[in-house]
Design a protein around this ligand. Structure first.
Ligand SMILES: [Ca+2]
Ligand SMILES: [Ca+2]
Length: 308
């Protein structure tokens, strides 16, 4: 039975409400298996532990007995209690197609939300949630970290730190902010972020159910249209243009092009001058926005004319 389940373990995300210009979201309810769109993958870490106990399926244990969204969850074994001396992980590998715009508002940052239900020996057996921006070379435990503010407090903030040990007694919500993390680890469009969910047990076997998750939700936030009064002028030429346009950039700058308030092109500058063809663009007025690694934003209007 286990083997059969894992044959289907490679899942794809699907987007619920991608809004052009600012955000992209995805959810996992572990029930729908939509056509892959390449945004994210989830997999058991069998390098760390060949007998990784995480499974996707319907929970059938004394305490962990039902999904939040029927019928499946991701759980430390759908049937058996977790074994002693075990460390098992699953990893979400997400390609952040909109990037994580670091000066995002504190109450609307890039974030991960989800629901958990735990039944374990208090403190001695527990879950962790870690993040890596360097393909898994270094991990930061968001539950114990003191460097980045993963659970900021503010008037409109609703971030919730999960307690992944003991008895939660019910499904509980957690919400993690990636705003401060992204300020120190720039996540540009196309970068991949790894999230690792671990469960660790000590040597005492007490036949508890373990940990399960359901209904993950993640949101990217990218560079929106800036307030014209707060940005510097971007140098571009020629303007009006019919063929090629040149932008003054820094290598690594994010570049976005808007028309009628919608972002139509994004990219990352490789040189100190970025050139691109506008030959196929509809004549009209476009807004070009760049953001540097230090967060500085520049913008300019570009008028595209019909080529003669
Ligand atoms: Ca579900
Ligand atoms: Ca134990």
């Amino acid at each position: 039975m286990k083997q059969l389940f894992f044959a289907f373990f490679l899942l794809a995300s699907f987007r619920l409400a991608a809004q052009p210009g600012t955000t992209a979201t995805f959810t996992w309810n572990f029930d729908s298996f939509p056509v892959p769109v390449g945004l994210a993958k989830i997999y058991r870490d069998t390098v760390e532990n060949p007998d990784c106990i995480w499974q996707i399926g319907a929970p059938q244990k004394p305490v962990l007995d039902s999904a939040r969204s029927p019928v499946n969850v991701i759980i430390t074994d759908t049937v058996n209690s977790y074994p002693p001396n075990d460390t098992s992980s699953f990893i979400i590998m997400q390609i952040v197609d909109y990037g994580w715009y670091t000066p995002a508002p504190i109450d609307v940052p890039p974030h991960l939300a989800g629901f958990y239900y735990v039944d374990s020996d208090t403190l001695t057996d527990y879950g962790t949630i870690e993040i890596s921006a360097d393909s898994g070379q270094t991990w930061i435990n968001v539950l114990t970290d003191t460097q980045y503010n993963f659970f900021p407090q503010c008037g409109n903030c609703n971030f919730k730190k999960p307690v992944l040990t003991g008895s939660s007694g019910a499904w509980k919500l957690f919400i993690i902010s990636f705003r401060d993390f992204a300020m120190n680890n720039p996540i540009d469009p196309g970068d991949t972020v790894y999230l690792r969910f671990r469960f660790i047990s000590d040597s005492t076997q007490t036949n508890r159910d373990g940990l399960m998750y359901d209904d993950f939700y993640m949101r990217d936030v990218w560079l929106g249209i800036p307030d014209p009064g707060k940005v510097q002028a971007l140098t571009l030429w020629p303007n009006p243009a019919t063929d090629l346009v040149n932008l003054e950039t820094e290598p690594g700058d994010l570049v976005a092009v808007y028309r009628d308030g919608k972002r139509i092109v994004t990219g990352i500058a490789k040189e100190s001058t970025t050139s691109f063809s506008i030959r196929t663009w509809i004549p009209g007025t476009y807004l070009i926005v760049t953001r540097g690694k230090n967060g500085s934003t520049r913008s300019a209007q570009l008028i595209v004319e019909q080529s003669k």
